[in-house]
Design a protein around this ligand. Structure first.
Ligand SMILES: Nc1ncnc2c1ncn2[C@@H]1O[C@H](COP(=O)(O)OP(=O)(O)O)[C@@H](O)[C@H]1O
Ligand SMILES: [Mg+2]
Length: 166
């Protein structure tokens, strides 16, 4: 979709969580978010912020072993998945993810690489990486809905830059 890249500096864990919260503010226009990045980059932290932003107060576990955790918050159903342990796309067929798309549902997927051939393009494709201090988040929109989310996120006090990559 768009070649625009938005880069956000996340100084500490609270900033990663706060970005998740701001994303949750756009839940009505986002259905699918990919979270890429090495182990420890902050993917689960961002998901925790997202769920907190929806109003979920309980524990947010990493779904590394369960593959997917489902949360219902008000009228929104949120699936938080982690496909790190999958090695073949067929292994995720039984999760029925293709049937999971509807207006009140949002999927956040850590390690989405294995699923990219099965799932539609994500509204937002986010890559987290380690910086000298803190983390860097790179956001790319994969759909027109995702394009509208990025400017609506605001900065939350983080430093943000935009660039175009070909
Ligand atoms: N912006 C940040 N700066 C410093 N540490 C962070 C930041 N965001 C998250 N962390 C820390 O990184 C660690 C790993 O985060 P986690 O979300 O479990 O990573 P992942 O799901 O990508 O493996 C946690 O201890 C978390 O507190
Ligand atoms: Mg994780």
């Amino acid at each position: 979709m768009s070649a625009a890249l938005t880069t956000i500096s996340l100084a500490d864990e609270a900033a990663t969580e706060a970005l998740g919260r701001r994303l949750a503010g756009c839940v009505r226009i986002t259905q699918l978010i990919f979270l890429r990045g090495e182990l420890g980059a902050g993917k689960t932290t961002l998901c925790r912020g997202f769920l907190r932003g929806l109003g979920y107060q309980g524990l947010v576990k990493s779904p590394t072993y369960t593959l997917c955790e489902t949360y219902r918050v008000a009228d929104v159903q949120c699936l938080h998945c982690d496909f790190y342990r999958l090695s073949h796309p067929e292994e995720m067929e039984y999760l029925g993810l293709r049937e999971q798309f509807d207006a009140n549902r949002v999927l956040l997927i850590e390690w989405p690489e294995i699923a990219t051939q099965i799932l539609p393009p994500p509204d937002l494709d986010i890559t987290l990486s380690f910086a000298a201090t803190g983390r860097i988040a790179e956001l790319r929109a994969g759909t027109p809905r995702g394009e509208s989310v990025i400017p609506a996120l605001g900065t939350g006090g983080d430093s943000i830059s935009k660039s175009h990559v070909s």
